[in-house]
Design a binder for this molecule. Structure first.
Ligand code: PAF
Length: 284
């Protein structure tokens, strides 16, 4: 596996080489601190492409000033070994100045779906940062397919919107959430959890399971389903930043779960801010 740091290097290795020999390029965009969720994306990319590129870039523009940019877990040597073991061909690990050189002045802003859930909770800069860096990575690597985890369900919708609206020639593949045996969604930020917070954090997936169970039992009233999830969080002493049911495609608020509905939660547990979600399948 090659580790490349500059745009000319990755262009030569991925774009030119793959295009001239008609090989498909799969891209897994990441911020590193790999866990099974990342590795599952790499495996999917490996299965379906000739050349697999993983980007490792802790993107400063998607963090607010009060967030964890400086403490975000970083261990490139460990990440590189894990990526190599998954058969990744290229790890693209640029410095911030390579991605945002002096004079950089362009932002990709998606309206509407970025204004709720994590956009409301973290601030509008968050999805502007994600949309901008992902658009740049697509321009730099020019992948045929890019792989994202469903844990960041809103991010997935934002990326799909960018690709559609800007006519980008890349297919977006969504991969299922990977969970610990007790249900906790895997996240690079789980390392912030001390043992008590780690135990408390299981309430997020249990809350979503409770909502799911109500839906499966025939309940269609969004407020009643939400109440079942909130009760689990309250019992665990967690006050969420948000726990909302929204249309799974448009993120509009819903009164019922007749159509596919995303139930998404964000909460601070100990030193970590965690997110999780389920999709409740509607009949419509
Ligand atoms: O999901 C992430 O790790 C990041 O938001 C992404 C897509 C790599 C952009 O920085």
């Amino acid at each position: 596996m090659k580790i490349l740091r500059t745009i000319p290097e990755i262009r030569a290795a991925a774009v030119v080489a793959a295009r001239t020999s008609h090989r498909t390029v799969g891209l897994v965009p990441t911020m590193g601190a790999f866990h099974e969720g990342h590795l599952s994306l790499m495996r999917e990319a490996r299965k379906n492409n000739d050349l697999v590129v993983v980007s490792l870039f802790v993107n400063p523009t998607q963090f607010a000033a009060n967030e964890d940019l400086s403490t975000y877990p970083r261990d490139e040597a460990r990440d590189a070994a894990l990526a190599e073991a998954e058969g990744v061909d290229i790890l693209f690990a640029p410095e911030p100045a390579e991605i945002y050189p002096d004079g950089f002045a362009t932002t990709v802003h998606v309206a509407g779906i970025t204004e709720v859930l994590d956009g409301a909770s973290r601030g509008i800069h968050h999805f502007d940062g994600v949309a901008t860096v992902v658009t740049k990575l697509f321009g730099i690597v020019r992948p045929d397919v890019a792989y994202f985890g469903q844990k960041d369900a809103q991010q997935m919708l934002v990326v799909r919107r960018v690709v559609h609206d800007l006519n980008l020639d890349v297919r977006i593949e969504s991969c299922p959430i990977v969970r610990e045996p007790d249900g906790l969604a895997m996240s690079s930020r789980n390392v912030y959890l001390d043992p008590d917070a780690r135990a408390q954090a299981t309430a997020l997936s249990r809350a979503l399971d409770a909502a799911h169970a109500r839906h499966d039992a025939g309940e269609r009233d969004a407020a009643a389903i939400r109440a079942a999830a909130i009760a689990v969080l309250e019992e665990a002493g967690i006050t969420p930043e948000y726990l909302e049911l929204r249309d799974a495609e448009t993120l509009a608020p819903v009164a019922t779960t007749e159509r596919d509905t995303l139930i998404a939660v964000a909460a601070r547990v100990g030193a970590a801010r965690l997110i999780d979600n389920h999709t409740l399948r509607g009949e419509a």
